[in-house]
Design a protein around this ligand. Sequence first.
Ligand SMILES: Nc1ncnc2c1ncn2[C@@H]1O[C@H](COP(=O)(O)OP(=O)(O)OP(=O)(O)O)[C@@H](O)[C@H]1O
Ligand SMILES: [Mg+2]
Length: 226
Amino acid sequence: MSEPVLVVQDVHQAFSEGPLSVQVLNGVSLSIARGERVAIVGRSGSGKTTLMHLMGGLERPTRGSILLMGENFSAADEKLRSRLRNRHLGFVYQLHHLLPEFTARENVALPAILGGLAVAQAQRAADELLDRVGLAARRLHKPSELSGGERQRVALARALVTRPAVVLADEPTGNLDRETADAVHDLIVELNESLATSFVIVTHEERLAALAHRRLVMDAGRLLSD
Ligand SMILES: Nc1ncnc2c1ncn2[C@@H]1O[C@H](COP(=O)(O)OP(=O)(O)OP(=O)(O)O)[C@@H](O)[C@H]1O
Ligand SMILES: [Mg+2]
């Protein structure tokens, strides 16, 4: 067995505003294997996005730790965290978050350029991923010229361009109609299997959760397996 790519160890998270403190995560532990596809479901407000932010190193837990590719991610300073994030993680959000003034190719190439790849190489990598998601012919189009499903395909290509160990996807098809969402679900499975990239997917869609190797339920800040 190879080492897990991402490990969450007894993570707690509280948010405090003035005298008010909200305890959002109450001891979450989770280990993601290489190539694994894990779905996290659960009621609104149960803490799913909070956990994704911690796994993405966007925030630090109040207690507990997160290891990314064997490194103590949650204890690292901001500079190291952003380097580890760029090297090992990809992100897909409910709203595509593509840069409107950039073409599909430029949007996809950007994380690779930020990771230190030369522009020409990054563009080649972007073109390859856009081809894989079926959008080779649309690479010079801007997000406003693409459909919702096409934008999410570009977002998937962008998440994968650096060949990360793990893609964190928070409701990646939450804004799409059923048919378009199903096509994106199939694409996620295909990319997960062909690239051996692990996926952690937060979703309200049972059809997507059913495609995962493992389905976990977030309930009041605790993670239950089923
Ligand atoms: N920065 C913050 N400050 C205070 N409370 C917060 C903060 N971020 C999240 N919360 C609270 O933490 C709880 C969990 O929020 P979170 O966004 O993780 O839920 P979720 O499971 O992703 O819900 P949804 O399915 O609606 O996206 C909510 O009660 C929310 O109000
Ligand atoms: Mg959420």
